[in-house]
Design a protein around this ligand. Structure first.
Ligand code: GAR
Length: 196
């Protein structure tokens, strides 16, 4: 059974879906055993509490200048890191230690609408401003640059003329909840690029 850590900064709806999927007694593939956040007020902490999952709130200075996060990950035997709306760039030491074992979900069709500052509603507003006819999600490996790692899966939805950023958020969120857990499970089962 593989051990997964989720890094999240916000509401944690993706974390909740992942927990429902993996921490089910019939699932023998993996388990969400740690939730890490940079935000002590993040909704994801409440979700973790409900499901009795260990949490860590990061200190920015320690995160970027020490190996403390790597130590926490290894003490908890973490095999795979999933980013579900995590807003800090992952530092080099963690990328190196977990190369091809960190996966992000992004709320747009990369390489469009990616990069620093492109998260959540900012992305959906930019999609409307650019008059895109479609948008979607990208599940991808994480490397040293924001949103630049190899793409694993994309799924699309239509943008209608009258759609607001909130309408797009709902459509994209539905895609995220439909695809994130299944994609991770398939990767783990196929043992594709993830060397565990
Ligand atoms: C998700 O839509 C995720 O794709 C996005 O943050 C949201 C988190 O929602 N991530 C990014 O924008 C990363 N650049 P959640 O807290 O409800 O899971």
């Amino acid at each position: 059974m593989k051990q997964i850590a989720i890094f999240a900064s916000g509401n944690g709806s993706n974390a909740k879906e992942l927990i429902h999927h993996f921490n089910h007694k019939n699932n023998k593939v993996a388990k969400i055993s740690l939730i890490i956040t940079n935000n002590s007020k993040a909704g994801v902490l409440e979700i973790a509490k409900t499901f009795n999952i260990k949490t860590v709130v990061l200190d920015r200075e320690e995160f970027y200048n020490t190996d403390s996060t790597i130590n926490i990950l290894s003490e908890n035997h973490i095999d795979l890191i999933l980013l579900g709306g995590f807003l800090w760039l992952i530092p080099q030491n963690i990328i190196k230690q977990y190369r091809d074992r960190i996966i992000n979900i992004h709320p747009a069709l990369l390489p469009k609408f990616g990069g620093k500052g492109m998260h959540g509603m900012n992305v959906h507003r930019a999609v409307i401003a650019a008059q895109e006819k479609e948008t979607g999600i990208t599940i991808h490996f994480v490397n040293e640059e924001y949103d630049k790692g190899e793409i694993i899966l994309q799924a699309k939805c239509h943008v209608e003329e009258n759609d607001t950023a909130e309408d797009i958020e709902h459509k994209v969120q539905k895609l995220e909840h439909d695809y994130f857990s299944k994609t991770i499970e398939n990767l783990l089962l196929a043992d594709l690029k993830i060397i565990l």
